[in-house]
Design a protein around this ligand. Structure first.
Ligand code: GAP
Length: 445
């Protein structure tokens, strides 16, 4: 699909998410809270499926990556060592007339205020730290300050030695983690793209100094392939290499995978060659030895790190945007369809009785129950079957099974494929392997 052919707008995504229970605004009945979202019944399954797809890809499919689930609250010195206390900030300006707040690097400071239209109304840019600060314990003094982590990566660095000493990993190896991160973002428009509370899927790959230039292209390729494996249109993905003005001072090289979101090309994931900066900082600030002793050469060194850092919630927006389509049907109307890869689709199989009478509904309900062990299923007996197909298309259910009069005679059902809308007659006792096979061999058109 070309850039021009994308039919989806952010408004359509937001409306579908709300209507079908993927994503709601947080605290909506109180007027909502900016930058925070709730994942509804379908959204939570979509998000968990993407997380599981990533986790399997990064841990199960590699022999040298282990998992971690570090806490959100960490010792405040962690964020001094990492540089977040002094450097993790955005330049911010306020409009003195309407009090709107903007990121100074995202607007033209010589133009009128984009909200109220007044000229020369901006304050001088000030740096605004993005970390949420809170207090642990009963005393609210400077000694009790803790931060909600703004990235999951630091938990991995801080546990590097624990993992090394307690598992059988040897360099090169990686530690993978999925979890919540928090940033007090100034600009939170564009739905879940940039929120104050979000989830990240990060992996830090520890390697011998001097080998990072081999691992860096390896991980770039792995990460791009992951999205293609998830069925994302390759034309909607591209690389962006950080220029000298974007690169962190300690980073050797950095690339972003960008996706063509409804509002244009934006970062989806970062792949960074981070040198030994973080471990060196934590060694300095904690006073603990974070070196690695190579068992073969007896060399001692602080490993270099290649990081892959993806937003899970941003992946959800990508999956919805890439899957969304409005298609003309042979009957002359339009269907809204989400072409999710079956692995990430919230519902895999819907079972629909053609009619409710003559024992057909009972047969279909029993079949649906028997499939629950293998698939997330949905049973729907209300309305015309064509409308039921449309409802399933709209939430991205890849397979619909219809039970009809012939089923009662020969125990076969029709399987209807979401993407092609074609149907195939399958024996009921072959349904599980048939669908598993279809899922495994799924190809996005
Ligand atoms: N450890 C490196 C790191 O955190 P980052 O580029 O700041 O790097 C990595 O963030 C990814 O996390 C981004 O590519 C994006 O997908 C996601 N992300 C960052 N800030 C976000 C926000 N406010 N809301 C949603 N996702 C965010």
């Amino acid at each position: 699909m070309s850039e021009e052919k994308q039919v989806v707008t952010m408004d359509k995504i937001i409306s579908l998410c709300r209507r079908r229970g993927f994503i709601f605004q947080s605290s909506e009945i109180y007027g909502g809270l900016n930058g925070a979202y709730d994942y509804g019944p379908l959204g939570v399954d979509l998000k968990n499926n993407i997380r599981d797809f990533w986790w399997k890809e990064m841990t199960q499919m590699h022999d040298n990556i282990v998992g971690l689930d570090a806490s959100i609250l960490m010792h405040p010195r962690v964020w001094e060592a990492s540089g977040h206390v002094s450097n993790f900030s955005d330049p911010m300006v306020d409009c003195k007339v309407c009090k709107s707040r903007f990121r100074a690097d995202q607007i033209d400071l010589n133009a009128p205020c984009p909200v109220c239209g007044n000229k020369d109304s901006f304050t001088e840019p000030r740096n605004f730290n993005l970390m949420f600060e809170t207090h642990i314990g009963a005393n609210k003094d400077s000694a009790s300050v803790v931060y909600l982590r703004p990235e999951t990566a630091q938990g991995i660095y801080v546990d590097f030695k624990n993992v090394l000493q307690s598992s059988r990993v040897k360099i090169p190896f990686g530690i993978a983690q999925v979890g919540k991160s928090f940033r007090n973002e100034i600009t939170t428009k564009n739905f879940i793209f940039r929120s104050c509370e979000f989830e990240q899927m990060e992996m830090q790959f520890f390697c011998k100094p001097g080998t990072e230039d081999e691992w860096f292209p390896y991980w770039r390729e792995q990460r791009m392939n992951f999205y293609k494996k998830m069925g994302i249109h390759p034309e909607h993905l591209r690389w962006h290499q950080h220029g000298p003005d974007e690169l962190a001072f300690y980073a050797k090289d950095a690339y972003d995978i960008q996706f063509l979101f409804p509002m244009g090309w934006q970062e989806l994931e970062g792949v960074h060659s981070r040198t030994n900066y973080d471990l060196t900082q934590h060694e300095k600030f904690s006073g603990k030895d974070l070196t690695y002793l190579d068992p073969e050469t007896n060399e001692r060194y602080i490993p270099y790190v290649v990081e892959t850092s993806a937003g899970l919630t941003r992946n959800v927006l990508m999956a919805l945007s890439d899957a969304y389509d409005e298609e003309a049907t042979p009957e002359g109307d339009t269907r809204t369809v989400l072409h999710f890869h079956p692995q990430i689709a919230p519902v895999k199989v819907a079972v629909l009785p053609l009619v409710k009478k003559d024992g057909i509904a009972e047969y279909a309900s029993k079949l649906e129950h028997s499939l629950r062990e293998d698939f997330v299923t949905f049973y729907d007996q209300s309305g015309a079957v064509g409308r039921r197909y449309r409802r399933m298309d709209e939430i991205g259910t890849p397979y619909c099974i219809t039970v009809d009069y012939q089923t009662l005679e020969d125990h076969t059902v029709t399987v209807r494929f979401r993407d092609s809308m074609q149907q195939e007659r399958v024996a009921v006792d072959q349904i599980v392997p048939f669908i598993k096979n279809a899922m495994k061999n799924y190809k996005r058109v």
